[in-house]
Design a protein around this ligand. Structure first.
Ligand SMILES: Cc1ncc(COP(=O)(O)O)c(C=O)c1O
Length: 437
């Protein structure tokens, strides 16, 4: 292994681990998830799909693009200008910002079945809001879930039950300390496409709230989504789509529009603000009005930068039909992976929607090769692993550069496979986030 060079990035990360719980505020940004020691933990600036670390080394981001937030690229001029203009006029006052009304109006136009909106600033919060309202409406506590929905008690309580826990999902062996035991058997999991399990939960367990991601890594089989909708209707259950990650990426609005399945509530986050904090819950009138019988309110849900960014982002998306670009470029990335893998005789499995695509090495060394890939790609100037969240900045020139670099790395992997090259010793990436979908 190359001599480990101490630099500003890893020195600061080591200090962060001493100062901040978990080292940072988002699990998915921990460098160990990508490659311990070598992954540059911090950025100094970013533009388009380029990121500069603290040593001023420039990378092309072919990984998570702000964990799915920056579909329009980093530091997008249009969005930033709109935000900065408003910031200069005051971000937070005693009075409300009008932008939240304009945004609510726009979101309703895109989703005419919805009558009311509630805004928050994180996906987990928006999920908690939706659950509170759904519980108020159904007068039931039990929920069936299929997806990742944040960190709140209601969601993690799925892990309290011995039988139907998420221990196999989320983080293996996750302890549930701090989540009230009284919530045991309030949240039940079902795996994507497991219609029978969901039917059982509604029929036998009398669950009346379904919360799920529309699609993630697995394609729906046998009209799964349409059947879920019908099932919810039959049992008068509420269907909530969590589109924190899928919304506004490869469709204008929720990806549920593509499947022609209308939920009772939908949650958006990430992409709608292009890097600024804004999330929202939309729902049907008869359900949303139940929020009045509860208390759902937070100071910073009323600040101005979030709705300003979202309005400008949605305007930009609509004008430029960005969802089509993102989808097309995602297809091209999948094509590149296929082509290179074939060329070098490496078996891989590609999965995920076009705008959030991934692959695994189809052998028992997947995690080693994934880590090796990241290590070599970093040297070639790329933030890369086995997943890409596509943005409009991933144009053909960028993809060509990516293909050239990846070609070199896949060649090395093939040489390792054929014993023509020695394996280097690497501390592998943490491998531990599992999903129901
Ligand atoms: C589908 C889904 N729901 C909820 C969340 C949680 O959002 P946040 O991290 O903003 O709380 C995420 C984040 O990855 C997500 O993908």
């Amino acid at each position: 292994m190359e001599k480990i060079k101490k630099n500003k990035n890893n020195i600061l990360w080591n200090e962060a681990k001493k100062l901040i719980l978990g080292g940072n505020s988002l699990f998915s940004k921990r460098p160990e998830n990508f490659l311990p020691i070598f992954w540059p933990a911090y950025f100094s600036k970013a533009k388009g799909c380029f990121v500069w670390d603290l040593t001023n080394k420039k990378y092309i981001d072919m990984s998570l693009m702000g964990v799915g937030t920056n579909v329009l690229g980093y530091a997008n001029k249009k969005i930033d200008n709109a935000v900065v203009k408003n910031l200069k006029k005051g971000n937070m006052t005693t009075l409300n910002c009008p932008e939240e009304v304009y945004l609510a109006r726009k979101l309703k136009t895109i989703h005419p079945w919805a009558s009311k909106v509630k805004f928050a600033r994180s996906g987990g919060e928006a999920n908690a809001i939706a659950i509170r309202i759904a519980r108020a409406f159904t007068k039931q506590s039990k929920i069936a879930i299929c997806g990742y929905h944040g960190w709140h008690d209601w969601y993690l309580s799925a892990n309290l039950s011995k039988k139907n826990s998420m221990k196999k999902f989320l983080l293996k062996g996750l302890k549930n300390d701090g989540v009230p035991k009284e919530l045991t058997n309030t949240v039940y999991t079902f795996e994507y496409n497991d219609f029978n399990r969901l039917e059982y939960l509604l029929k036998v367990k009398k669950i009346r709230i379904i919360k799920m991601e529309v699609i993630r890594n697995i394609q729906p089989k046998n009209n799964f989504l349409q059947k879920v909708r019908k099932l919810a209707n039959r049992y008068k259950a509420i269907l909530i789509f969590d589109e924190c990650t899928t919304g506004f990426r490869q469709s204008f609005g929720g990806i549920h529009k593509h499947f022609k399945v209308v939920p009772d509530m939908v949650i958006f986050g990430k992409a709608i603000g292009n890097g600024y904090a804004i999330t929202s819950v939309l729902g049907k009138k008869r359900i949303m009005k139940k929020a009045d019988q509860s208390f759902i309110s937070s100071t910073f849900w009323s600040e101005r930068s979030g709705p300003t960014a979202a309005l400008e982002t949605i305007r930009f998306m609509e004008k430029n039909k960005t969802w089509e670009t993102v989808k097309n470029q995602g297809k091209k990335v999948k094509f590149i992976w296929n082509r290179i893998a074939k060329k070098h005789g490496i078996k891989i499995k590609i999965f995920g929607i076009d705008s959030i695509c991934s692959f695994n090495f189809d052998n028992n060394q997947n995690n080693y090769f994934k880590s090796f890939l990241t290590y070599q790609m970093l040297k070639l100037g790329f933030l890369a692993s086995n997943s890409v969240m596509i943005s409009i900045c991933h144009n053909n020139t960028i993809l060509k550069k990516y293909e050239r670099a990846l070609d070199k790395v896949f060649k090395m992997i093939s040489e390792i496979n054929n014993s023509k090259r020695k394996k280097i010793s690497l501390k592998e990436a943490f491998q531990g986030f599992y999903r129901l979908n």
